[in-house]
Design a protein around this ligand. Sequence first.
Ligand code: ADP
Ligand code: MG
Length: 398
Amino acid sequence: DSQSKYSDELNQNLSACKNEFLTLFGKNRPELISVCAPGRVNLIGEHVDYNDGFVLPMAIPLYTVIVGAEHPFDDNNNKNTLCRVRSLEASLGDKNYIEFDLNDLHKRDKSQNWTNYIIGVVANFEGTVEPFDAVIKSNVPLGSGLSSSAALEVAMYTFLENLTKQFSSKENKALRCQKAEHAYASVPCGIMDQFISSMGKENNALLIDCRSYESKLFPLNDPDISVLVINSNVNHQLEGSEYSSRRKQCEDVSRVIGKRSLRDVTMQDLENNKDRIDQESFRRAKHAITEIDRTIEASKALYANDIITFGKLMNQSHDSLRDDFNVSCAELDSLVEIARYSGGVLGSRMTGGGFGGCTVTLVKTSHVNEVIENVKKHYKGVASFYVCKPCEGAHRIQ
Ligand code: ADP
Ligand code: MG
């Protein structure tokens, strides 16, 4: 089944890293350290992290693996301060090997963009880093909204923890990885991706309060219900600019109403201030305010094992993202429609920032294949499918 397929892939990636490490960095090395960190899917709570809202992601069994060891002494038996890191992601072309000095952790230019995630984490590590060599491989698709970036950062951080035997709390680890992404990759991301990659628990979704950073596990382990992630395999590259304009509209509305963020604004407040807000911003705020409520309701439904209600909230979330927040696209809408017209589907929505990437569908396990077949038949592009159980966050493998 799909879960054993994922553990096979994890093992294959682990072997690939080890082989590459031995080929590239030699055999006479101290103990190899192997770690992994998962990607994630957000079940509900979209575009609300920057409004101080709630999100409800789960870690998925796609992992970024890192295998490495301390950098060896040089020919004069001196320890230098160099680190070498190789990524086996083919799409990165020949720029997938870097060398950097621990005394010079500067941000790299665009052509070496991926290395900034690594150097950023090293620079933000809560402790003293020893020089190291490492090899990375991942089956989290890059740039598809399943958070390969956080998986990479959190895996790197976890590797450094095990290398240096200096361990941070899972929350601090996530916060430092987020900081790395802000400062080195110049992505103003929220806290969700790093939190769930660091704190994910098998058979549980994680409700995260993006204001207080408090988080709470909610069981999602009914074998009759499956989470199906479908990658549209399109990316309309609008996310950056559209993201900042949505963010600004939300902030403007809360300012007009005199509240700190949309977390503190009710639909009644919004209605009362209708005359002072343009129609588009009104719809943006309406999405955020109702989505925050839906996310809380969804966590309550999970707690009560009321999967029907959960599915309905997912559907409402998509409709709101499509009609009011306008961050969906034809491909995502099509995947959602196809899923909703299939048997056994409780709810389906786009997930992630939008304009491409993935959808997430809650479906009776008995109907997973039916949905997949329908998408293969009716979706105009080529989709990829991931049947996911909530899995464990970052950890050492060996
Ligand atoms: P997402 O996090 O949704 O996958 P992002 O745009 O946030 O998309 O992050 C993708 C970027 O992260 C890639 O373009 C690459 O720079 C970097 N990245 C992620 N995983 C790896 C990896 N295994 N090796 C090298 N770079 C990676
Ligand atoms: Mg990312």
